[in-house]
Design a protein around this ligand. Structure first.
Ligand code: NDP
Ligand code: 8X3
Length: 252
């Protein structure tokens, strides 16, 4: 029987690349996100290329009821989720704290912290019942250090670090693994979202050096989920070779 992975934020970037690499390695998938059309395209693409099954769940992780209802609506056999990848997240804005946009703050806190918790609150009891599971939270270099204008995004990713440690402690007695994967700069839609569609600004972020690509992180996630049962990777910090810290780059 195939293992089952639920990936939040599978409509682009790291989540989408992870769906593809797990499909290639015989995981059945539950892929989620707000953009329903993209979920349908991803399902078709994966099912046409790999011999596995894909279910799509279309919900906004910021809505607790919608999140709970969507996951609890899964057919019983799909509730045996082996791997949960809490990937949905974003940065919104890039302002100093005294000019911060409150809506941006709310969106980041509601998605990156509360959304991750809402999903985990529904999926983790299913894992506890089966005394088996693996929760992977996508943190960031932004959760290891703060940088200028990163303030609230930094705070949300520091929270992901904290809660991953807490999950590991609470769930160890149920044989459940918890891992945080913390990338540096990855060229996805992340910066287009942060800069609200200003694609020139977004492109600039990755100019003059080779950033990570979504597939690099997906490969790391597959490595982590494919360790033997007695091995857990607690934390993985993955950087572009040309990025030494949140702000120090070797740019041309
Ligand atoms: P993308 O913007 O390409 O992907 C973000 C994903 O999150 C999308 O699939 C989006 O789906 C989903 N998402 C955002 N908000 C919500 C929401 N409210 N409800 C449901 N899904 C949501 O960026 P990345 O792939 O780069 O980002 C993935 C994760 O990696 C994020 O947590 C990010 O913070 C983290 N990260 C990114 C880095 C980078 O440099 N790119 C570095 C370190 C960490 P949809 O819009 O369809 O809902
Ligand atoms: C995304 C990486 O450095 O842009 O988490 O915050 S960074």
């Amino acid at each position: 029987m195939n293992k089952i992975a639920l990936i939040t934020g599978a409509t682009s970037g790291i989540g989408e690349a992870t769906a593809k690499i797990l499909a290639k390695n015989n995981f059945d998938l539950i892929v989620t996100g707000r953009r329903k059309e993209r979920l349908g395209l991803l399902k078709n693409n994966i099912e046409n290329n790999f011999n596995i099954k894909v279910l799509t769940l279309n919900f906004d992780v910021r809505d607790q009821k919608e999140t709970e209802n969507a996951i609890l609506s899964l057919p019983e056999n799909w509730k045996a989720i082996d791997v949960l990848i809490n990937n949905a997240g974003l940065a919104a804005g890039f302002d100093p704290i005294h000019n911060g946009n409150i809506n941006d703050w709310d969106q980041m806190i509601d998605t990156n912290i509360k959304g991750l918790l809402y999903v985990t609150r529904v999926v983790s009891p299913l894992m506890v019942n089966r005394k088996s599971g693996h929760i992977i939270n996508i943190g960031s270099i932004a959760g290891k250090e703060s940088y200028e204008n990163g303030n609230v995004y930094n705070a949300t990713k520091h929270a992901v670090e904290g809660v991953t440690k807490g999950m590991r402690i609470d769930l160890v007695k149920y044989n459940i693994k918890a891992t945080s994967i913390c990338p540096g700069a990855v060229d996805t839609e992340f910066s287009n979202v942060r800069f609200k569609g200003d694609n020139e600004k977004a492109k600039n972020v990755y100019k003059g050096f080779t950033p990570l690509f979504a597939e690099d992180i997906a490969e790391a996630i597959y490595f982590v989920v494919s360790r033997p049962a007695h091995v857990n990777i607690n934390d993985m910090l993955i950087m572009p070779t040309a990025q030494a810290s949140a702000t120090v780059f070797n740019k041309e």
